[in-house]
Write a protein that binds this ligand. Structure first.
Ligand code: TXA
Ligand code: MG
Length: 332
């Protein structure tokens, strides 16, 4: 199959929407990462996503909508706090998990009785959903286990020949996936995946959100799998311990390995003449740049990527989670 890349003109969006309506799968930009979309109400189309990504079929997909009116169509009930999240933060980089209605196929939810719903703030994404006339389920548009794609080129590198179309909306603004929160547990709201919307912001609207740290069980089915891994070995250094990064860099380099350091701009000069890739000025920038840097390590055939940690507040929690997965837990 030839994979075409389309600019997001009205005409091209209408064409790509018609592909989705016909049961094809199309990669499209959102403000978080690129998604690989199918008609969420058509099991045969949904199966194509799992095949193209090589994704385990027990890992459920997020259903993307263009207007909050579509929530009642998908969810059996919407608790008061979920309504407030919808009111204040949607569209935006947040996903809510609610009890599902019959109409949502098991292929989308991995057999769960709940459905994850998100309204992207990307206008290209919302227009595509609107024009296709159906909710669009979409995982990140990468090959399973690889870093999520934040440009059309990343998608092409992974899925060329496996999908019909990629809509090129440029670089994603946020850079990590949406924050996923669950409203299905009795009496509490739980964080299932940290991401592009800080939980402090969500808590300012709905009160405490339970964060289960170091849980042995993956709350979000997808989080139990190997994830975000480039070919290079990734190591994580504790916050502020740049001397550990320097020691590791020198050790690997002396052993003939190509090592690179990922660091915040404020720490740049600590590393002297060593190779440093900028994560940006703060954890929000780090979130924006992280996946692209991991993919760059493949393009430039690095053997080792030594990453600074950030504190786990605000945007940092999502960054730390992705770094933990990409490194497979290897710390310096
Ligand atoms: O920002 C995003 O969320 C991106 C863009 C494309 O919208 N999508 C994304 O999809 O990250 P994916 O499939 O890579 O991650 C979805 C996560 C998985 O960890 C999955 O297990 C979880 O959401 N999930 C989906 N439905 C769920 C459900 N009903 N209950 C619990 N977790 C669910
Ligand atoms: Mg993903």
């Amino acid at each position: 199959m030839k994979t075409e890349i389309y600019q997001p003109t009205d005409e091209n969006l209408a064409y790509c929407a018609s592909l989705i309506a016909k049961g094809e799968i199309v990669a499209f930009p959102t403000e978080t990462v690129y998604g690989l979309g199918a008609n969420a109400l058509c099991p045969e189309s949904v199966k194509k996503i799992y095949a193209a990504k090589g994704r385990p079929s027990d890992n459920p997909l997020i259903v993307h909508i263009a207007s909050s009116g579509q929530i009642d169509f998908l969810a059996a009930s919407v608790p008061e706090k979920a309504k407030r999240v919808v009111e204040r933060f949607m569209p935006g980089p947040v996903t809510i998990v609610l009890p599902k209605k019959e109409i949502v196929p098991d292929e989308v939810t991995g057999g769960l009785k709940t459905v994850a719903i998100r309204m992207p703030s990307s206008e290209i994404a919302r227009k595509l959903i609107e024009l296709s006339g159906c909710p669009i389920c979409a995982p990140s548009a990468n090959t399973s286990t690889r870093p999520s794609p934040t440009t059309a080129k990343h998608v092409y590198d992974d899925l060329n020949g496996k999908i019909a179309a990629i809509i090129d909306g440029g670089e994603c603004e946020v850079g990590v996936e949406s924050t996923v929160i669950d409203f299905c547990a009795e009496g509490k709201v739980r964080l299932l995946r940290a991401g592009g919307m800080p939980i402090e912001l969500l808590e300012s609207e709905i009160g405490e959100i339970e964060v289960v740290k170091n849980s042995k069980v993956a709350l979000c089915p997808g989080m139990k799998y190997k994830h975000y891994a480039p070919t290079a070995e990734v190591y994580l250094a504790p916050v502020g311990e740049s001397e550990k990064i320097i020691a590791a860099y020198d050790r690997f380099t002396n052993n003939g390995k190509k090592a690179v350091i990922v660091a915040l701009d404020g720490n740049r000069e600590k590393y002297g003449t060593r190779t440093v890739w900028s994560a940006g000025k703060d954890s929000r920038d780090y979130a924006h740049n992280l996946f692209a840097l991991l993919r760059r390590s493949d393009d430039e055939k690095a053997d080792v990527v030594l990453c600074e940690s950030v504190t786990d507040d605000g945007y940092g929690l999502g960054v730390e989670n992705r770094l933990g997965k990409a490194s497979g837990g290897k710390t310096l």
